[in-house]
Design a protein. Structure first.
Length: 85
């Protein structure tokens, strides 16, 4: 069993943890859930985009979800900026 919080923190710190080979889709779903809960899924996306080698072994589900969430947050922020101006 992988420590999801530790894995997430390590990723955000830029330590580039390898995706555990022995994990199924449960880790991917849990990582997405915890990153969303903590409000850092867009930060995770930015971190993985800055260093593509960091997420090279990660499941596409995680990478695509991070991308979609970051895009949605950016759109939300742009819209709210326009509304407030």
């Amino acid at each position: 069993m992988t420590d999801i919080e530790g894995f997430l923190c390590s990723s955000l710190r830029g330590e580039n943890p390898a995706w555990p080979d022995d994990q199924d889709d449960t880790l991917a779903a849990s990582l997405i859930e915890r990153a969303t809960y903590h409000g850092v899924i867009s930060l995770l996306h930015e971190r993985l985009k800055r260093d593509p080698a960091a997420g090279k072994e990660w499941p596409q589900t995680v990478l695509q979800t991070c991308h979609a969430s970051a895009l949605a947050q950016a759109m939300w922020e742009l819209r709210h900026r326009a509304v407030f101006q």
